[in-house]
Design a protein around this ligand. Sequence first.
Ligand code: FMN
Length: 218
Amino acid sequence: MGLTAGMGDAFEQVRTRWQAEGLVDDLLADDPFEQFRRWMDQCLEVGLHEPEAMVVASVGADGMPSARHVLLKELDHGFVFFTNYESRKGHELDGHPKAAVCFPWNLVSRQVRAVGGVERVTVEESDAYFATRPRSAQIGAWASRQSEAIDDRATLEAWVAEAEACFDGIDVPRPPHWGGYRIVPVEFEFWQGRPARLHDRIRYEPAADGWRRERLSP
Ligand SMILES: Cc1cc2nc3c(=O)[nH]c(=O)nc-3n(C[C@H](O)[C@H](O)[C@H](O)COP(=O)(O)O)c2cc1C
C-alpha cells in the first residue's frame, strides 16, 4: 500500500491543471511578492487547508538547523509570524537573524521557498496583532513556556489556571516574551511540479532595479 493510499484526493484536478500549465515566463510577475500573492490567492480559491502555514528553518549557535511550521500572519516586505521570543526558534532567530522559509503546497504540486534576514516586528505591531487573538490564545501565550520541558500536562493546565486567575475580569496584555518576527527575503524560488519530473523552478534575486529572475534546472 502506498503511503498516500486512502487519503482521498480532492485536489487532483487542480494539481493536474497546474502541472499542465506550468510556469510561463511571460506570465510571471516581475515582483516575487506579487507572484507569491497570486499563488496564495489561488491556494485559497481552491480551498487548500492552511496555505499560510510555512516551515521556518533557523540555525542554532552550534550550527545545527531546526525547522517548524508557523502561520504567516502578514505579508509586507517580508513574511511575518508570531511566537514566543523565549522559544527555541526565538533564541535561534535572535542569535543568528537569518532564516529559510518553505510553503509546502504539495497537495497542489507547488512550493515556494525563500531565504532572508530576520527582524523582530515593532512592539506596536505585536500589540495590535495580540489584541485580535481569542482570549484563550492570549492566556495560552502567558501560560506556555514554549520549548521548555515540563513534567506533565497537568503542570501546563495549572499554569493556564494561574494566568486566568491573574487576568480575571480584565483584558489580557501582551506578554513581553511574545511577539512577531519578519523574514525579509533576499531570494525566492517558485516551484511548479510538471510531468516526468521536469519541474519548473524560477528563482528571484534582488537586482539594481528591482528583482531579476532565472530558471533553475529541476
Ligand atoms: C500548522 C502549524 C502552525 C503553527 N503555527 C505556529 C505559530 O504561528 N507560532 C508558533 O509559535 N508556533 C506555531 N506552531 C507550533 C510550532 O511548529 C512549534 O511546535 C513551536 O513554535 C515550538 O517551536 P520551537 O521549539 O522550534 O521554537 C504551528 C504548528 C503547526 C503544525
